[in-house]
Design a protein around this ligand. Structure first.
Ligand SMILES: [Cu+2]
Length: 211
């Protein structure tokens, strides 16, 4: 990451903080710092990982499937996901929204039975105790001393759905273009995911078995 990119990233954090209540402001600020540190580490890991999976494939390694965070001022925020993904696919999750307009996102695998209800959205996005959004913030240590942008629970890859007892796989996307690519495991059969910042952003994608 160049110094210019870092400056722009820091600037987008500052923009995101305007108009937020104090606690959330503090949390978001911490997340910004954590994301900065973690994204550098993640880039290095990702490069290492891509080299490791290169066997048998020609040319540069790209993702097999992509889930995009999309929307903004003129359309609702949502996850744009393929109809299905394959077991063993490299699944990339990428932020295609403007953080100055909509803030950051998380892509967090959670069990379907703990998805926040419509009546809980407001408490959830304010990270009130007892909400799934708060749990996810804690997975990232967003309230603690060392916030993490990338939470890897269970086995490596996108596979572990969390709940109020157990952590799940999760990715905090702060800047436009932030991405996290992991291998899909079939454990659980289907990926269920939400955004802890905008709990109305939800999605599910079936994982097809390898033939
Ligand atoms: Cu979001």
């Amino acid at each position: 990451m160049t110094r210019g990119q870092r400056d722009r990233r820091a600037h987008s954090c500052a923009g995101m903080l305007r108009g937020k209540e104090d606690e959330l402001r503090k949390i978001t600020k911490l997340r910004c710092v954590g994301a900065l540190v973690a994204s550098v580490a993640a880039s290095a890991l990702l490069l290492g990982g891509a080299t490791g999976t290169a066997t048998g494939r020609a040319g540069p390694i790209g993702p097999d499937a992509t889930i995009k965070m999309v929307g903004g001022q003129n359309s609702p925020l949502r996850f744009k996901a393929p109809e299905s993904v394959g077991e063993g696919d490299l699944l990339r999750v990428v932020n295609r929204t403007n953080p100055n307009q909509v803030g950051p996102h998380t892509f967090s695998l959670v069990r379907h039975d703990v998805w926040p209800l419509r009546s809980e959205y407001r408490d959830c996005e304010q990270l009130r105790p007892g909400t799934m959004c708060r749990e996810i913030a804690q997975w990232h240590d967003a309230l603690g001393p060392s916030p993490q942008a990338n939470v890897q629970a269970g086995k490596p890859g996108w596979n572990k759905k969390g709940d109020f007892q157990e952590e799940g796989d999760s990715f905090f996307a702060e800047a436009e273009g932030d991405a996290d690519t992991r291998v899909v495991s079939r454990e659980g059969g289907k990926l269920h995911f939400i955004c802890a910042v905008h709990p109305f952003m939800k999605g599910k994608v079936p994982v097809n078995p390898v033939n």
